[in-house]
Design a protein around this ligand. Sequence first.
Ligand code: AMP
Length: 214
Amino acid sequence: MIAVLFGPPGAGKGTQAVALAELLGVPHVATGDIFRRHLKGGTALGQRARAYMDAGQLVPVELVWDLVAARLEEPDCLAGVLFDGFPRSIRQAELLVEWLGQRGRTVAHVISLELADEVIVRRLAGRRVCLTCGASYHVDVNAPADGRCLACGGEIVQREDDREDVVRARLLTYHRETAPVLAYFSALGVVRPVDGDRPIQEVTLAIRAAVSGS
Ligand code: AMP
């Protein structure tokens, strides 16, 4: 089962992907997380991706595709994958569909989380993450006053690309380059729209219903 969790930055894809990947019994492949690991590890790929990520722009397609194609070849991906944050341009979608087609496979579901830009800006610009374990907080809801992670005691920071100016740049990139991917998949009849501006549990249930066709 190849599925895609689609939506603007800050739609809650990462949160929902964990539950959905478990439901589908496939690994969760988040290209943003893979790039962040490369950044942290100081790899050559991380160094090449950094400027794009810091500016809220897409990393060039050849870097993204090499990484995704290599991941798809790994044994745990044989039965399927849940993508999160990929594909993010028509070209990326074409490369994926072509690669799958050569192996007699198709994308089964594109779950599209929908929510307004202003909701996203509020969500992302207030988000704080733990540098050590990746736990996520929000300044209006639960960010610890001492700046230390409740789970592991790590330092809580604002991701560079969650600064409001960068969030607005990411939204521009999303509307210009990523949103058209939805029309591409709509033509294949695999898009399942889900209202993402609701409590996490409700969105999870709506996604479950969407992939089970009820
Ligand atoms: P994310 O955590 O998914 O929002 O990704 C963080 C950043 O990584 C994005 O703003 C891009 O710079 C880069 N990135 C992640 N996935 C992709 C992708 N599929 N194509 C191009 N750039 C990506």
